[in-house]
Design a protein around this ligand. Structure first.
Ligand SMILES: [Fe+2]
Ligand SMILES: [Fe+2]
Length: 437
């Protein structure tokens, strides 16, 4: 992430914001009105050339442009976030080749006082603009975003020495848990969202979501699915009491540093125990999330305790998310490799029975895998399946001859729609899988 990249992202968003504000002033085609969009198209082409993906989105009030997040936005950026939220837009992607005219059309549509994301999409389609893609916020993504906000608040409050208010998290957990009970695998796509700058925090959200999917797929009742989710969300809150230098240290920790790091489960349990409305089993699972199945692990003094199943569920989810995430000192593993790693930990670190259920849930080709279909097309797995077809829903990104599709196509493979033949290495194909989520 370069300083210059950040400046480009900021400039682009500022110009768009200004363009939307000016959208009502000039009649269409007026020469003065095109100027900011010329500059915007230029900035966009530079960003594309540098390999950046240009996706504008607002997640819990924070505007992002590509990989850049604006935590302290200027007034124009605040205005842009507000507008995107008002329109119910989950993301806008500017594709290579986007022109000044296209951008002006976008700003005019965004400036319309009425209408939401659907109207925006319709307007772009009517103007035959294919270089701009608008994604509507769906319900699950919306709830996920709420979860991100709730957990961010909790970390923030703990960081300020307060016992966090659990109300927001409890609401989110109950709606995610009912979604998980309806269709566990549907939640898996959400966890492909990775925020490299906020590792502990984003990781916590993902572990909670994975834990709920896993618990639901094991047939647990809703209240236990909720507990597994809370345990996942909160499993690492104790890290807020561990020295930041130790947390973010690349490479090996010294003995003393490791001792301090190992205290996070007990710190966490202590915090969770004081949170209102959070069941005692959640604090217990937080305490036990690093006690391994073979009773190694830490805290040493708790090795002989008997922990409930939520703790084993969180351990599996934790391991999976940690291995698939890029960190400063670690290249992420592909979902398939992460699954193999989890399988190798059966019976030592992890509970074999829970791992079995996890493998059933993720299927032979987990969410986020890049695969080849029987039609020779290349696709990204959206919703995995343990059935013969290998995946329930995929996003096709290359046709049978290997050329990239202009518009990735969402396709259901269930019931004869095709099947997955094998895995493809995204590095070989030079594809960043996460951009399809
Ligand atoms: Fe942990
Ligand atoms: Fe963790």
């Amino acid at each position: 992430m370069t300083e210059q990249g950040m400046q480009h992202a900021q400039r682009l968003a500022t110009l768009l914001s200004g363009g939307i504000r000016g959208g009502g002033y000039y009649p269409a085609g007026h020469p003065a009105s095109l100027q900011p969009f010329r500059e915007m198209a230029l900035v966009a082409s530079v960003m594309h050339r540098e390999g950046g993906e240009i996706r504008l989105a607002v997640v819990d009030g924070v505007l992002s442009v590509g990989e850049h997040l604006f935590f302290a936005p200027t007034a124009p950026l605040q205005e842009l976030s507000r507008r995107l939220e008002e329109k119910g837009v989950f993301g806008i992607t500017l594709k290579p080749g986007v022109s000044d005219q296209d951008l002006m059309a976008l700003a005019r549509l965004m400036a319309e006082p009425a209408g939401g994301a659907a109207e925006l999409k319709e307007g772009l389609a009517l103007a035959a603009i294919s270089s701009i893609e608008v994604r509507e916020e769906d319900n699950l993504a919306k709830t996920y975003n709420e979860a991100v906000g709730a957990i961010r608040d909790i970390f923030y409050e703990i960081g300020n020495g307060r016992i966090p208010n659990s109300r927001r998290m409890l609401t989110v957990v109950s709606s995610l848990a009912s979604a998980a009970v309806r269709e566990p695998a549907a939640l898996l796509g959400l966890t492909m969202i990775k925020d490299y700058d906020n590792y502990t925090f984003q990781h916590s959200v993902n572990v909670g979501v994975l834990a709920m999917a896993l618990s639901a797929s094991m047939g647990q009742p809703a209240d236990q699915v909720e507990q597994a989710g809370m345990a996942g969300f909160l499993h690492d809150v104790g890290k807020t009491r561990v020295n930041k230098g130790i947390l973010n240290k690349p490479g090996k920790l010294s003995n003393d540093e490791y001792l301090e790091m190992k205290k996070h489960p007990e710190f966490g349990a202590e915090i969770v125990r004081q949170m209102e409305g959070v069941p005692a089993q959640v604090a217990e699972a937080v305490l036990g999330h690093h006690i391994r199945h073979d009773r190694e692990g830490y805290p040493e003094w708790a090795r002989s305790f008997s922990f409930g199943v939520a703790s084993g569920i969180v351990a599996v989810a934790d391991c999976y998310d940690a291995t698939t995430t890029l960190r400063a000192y670690q290249r992420p593993m592909q979902p398939k490799q992460a699954v193999d790693k989890i399988r190798s930990l059966c019976g030592t670190s992890l509970d074999g029975e829970i791992v079995e259920r996890f493998l059933e849930l993720t299927g032979r080709f987990p969410t986020g895998s890049l695969v080849r279909l029987d039609s020779n097309e290349i696709a990204v797995v959206f919703t995995p399946s343990s059935q013969e077809c290998g995946a329930a829903v995929v996003k096709v990104i290359m046709d049978g001859t290997g050329s990239a599709l202009r518009e990735p196509e969402l396709r259901s493979l269930a019931g004869g729609g095709g099947f997955v033949v094998d895995l493809v290495d995204p590095l070989v194909k030079g594809i960043d899988v996460s951009r399809y989520f």
